[in-house]
Write a protein that binds this ligand. Structure first.
Ligand code: AOF
Ligand code: ZN
Length: 364
């Protein structure tokens, strides 16, 4: 199936529109739509917020009668279900769209091909797969949650050139530049949840909010805290409605912690801590697509060893911290190089004086 240069350009534009919803569509995916008649764009739309109009409806509302006979370029299969809003497939049919080009099929089991079928049944020409990889990458969290029930996990680490995340006395402010720290805020803003451990709460008392100019939805702040020891006055609990503590079901929750109003999620586990798979299942059930982990070496190491990490975001600062401090992942001491962990670099870029690497756990 072939696509024209105009098809490519239009889908690229639809992807750019979809990205405008980067920080606001959750738990829904980011979706964009372009309507064009005879290679002339007549309207554009994107999904802004869950419960609000889907991308196609936003574009159709703008186009009005001009939508008749057009081609709709949509980054995700138009929905066929009644969710918070009525089905987009029906709206496209009613509007007299002639052709629909879709980047990726909706993995939501409530849709999953049925939107395409409905359009085809109405006599609309439907093509799929144009820039599908980009559409999927834009919604890696949504796709992963729909397919596995678990969120996409990104571990962020700020390290020195000698691989440390701080000094042995815990001091770590700051290793990376202000530019890198600002960049981190943008990754927080697009995340549905932040995940840390009790150790980081005690050492740094972080707020784990996203401080960007246009304040987006607050990420859910999640603390892995086996024995419910998070101090009720911690900054992560300053807005308890957007915080969650995951602890062991067989450990008692102190009343002063419960009284803060924070959500407590009791989980199975062991002396090593809560069962991280169960924690991720719990977050998936809460509609969490993308999780950003900013935590100490122990939790990050456990997540990596457990195979739960999808992406690692490393800020590498040109500073040396000497001996004694920890690295980003506690993986134990290796006896031979055969035990090393490989990661694959998928992107490198300069951020101020630092280097930012995006990696995925690989097989070597
Ligand atoms: C589309 N266009 O722009 C989006 C879609 O509860 P609702 O009504 O908002 O539906 C959410 C589901 O609809 C979401 O899980 C995904 O399957 C699909 N999202 N579909 O046709 C859009 N955002
Ligand atoms: Zn829809």
């Amino acid at each position: 199936m072939s696509f024209s240069a105009f098809d490519h350009a239009s889908m690229s534009q639809a992807l750019r529109l979809a990205a405008l919803g980067m920080n606001t569509t959750r738990p829904n995916p980011r979706v964009g739509c372009v309507l064009a008649v005879r290679n002339e764009v007549v309207a554009e739309g994107w999904h802004e917020v869950a419960g609000g109009p889907h991308a196609e409806v936003a574009a159709l509302d703008k186009a009005g009668p001009a939508a008749r006979g057009s081609t709709a370029y949509v980054t995700l299969e138009p929905c066929s279900h009644h969710g918070r809003t009525p089905p987009c497939a029906d709206r496209l049919i009613e509007a007299g769209i002639e052709r629909v080009v879709v980047a990726s099929v909706d993995p939501n089991h409530a849709v999953n091909g049925t939107g395409l079928e409905r359009l085809r049944a109405a006599g609309i020409a439907v093509q799929t797969g144009l820039l599908g990889d980009q559409a999927e990458a834009l919604n890696a969290g949504f796709f992963k949650r729909m397919r596995s029930g678990r969120p996409w996990l990104r571990v962020k680490a700020a390290i020195s050139l000698d691989g440390r995340t701080g000094l042995s006395n815990g001091d770590s402010k700051w290793i990376t530049s202000a530019a890198s720290r600002r960049d981190v805020q943008a990754w927080r803003a697009r995340s549905c949840a932040m995940l840390t451990g009790l150790g980081t709460v005690m050492a740094d008392n972080p707020s784990l909010t996203a401080r960007v100019e246009d304040p987006p939805l607050r990420p859910l702040r999640v603390i892995a805290d086996s024995h419910w020891r998070t101090p009720p006055g911690s900054r992560v609990l300053d807005d308890p409605g957007t915080a969650l503590i995951a602890g062991l079901a067989d450990s008692a929750i102190p009343p002063e912690l419960a009284d803060t109003g924070v959500t407590c999620l009791p989980l199975p586990g062991s002396v090593d801590g809560v069962d991280l798979g169960a924690l991720l299942d719990g977050l998936g059930e809460r509609g969490i697509n993308e999780v950003q982990v900013e935590a100490g070496a122990r939790l990050c190491g456990s997540l990596l060893r457990g195979g739960f990490v999808d992406e690692v975001l490393v800020y590498l600062a040109p500073v040396l911290l000497g001996e004694g401090g920890p690295g980003p992942f506690a993986l134990g001491e290796l006896e031979s190089m055969a035990g090393r962990t490989y990661l694959e670099v998928i992107e490198t870029c300069a951020v101020g004086p630092d280097l930012r690497l995006r990696l995925t756990p690989g097989t070597g």
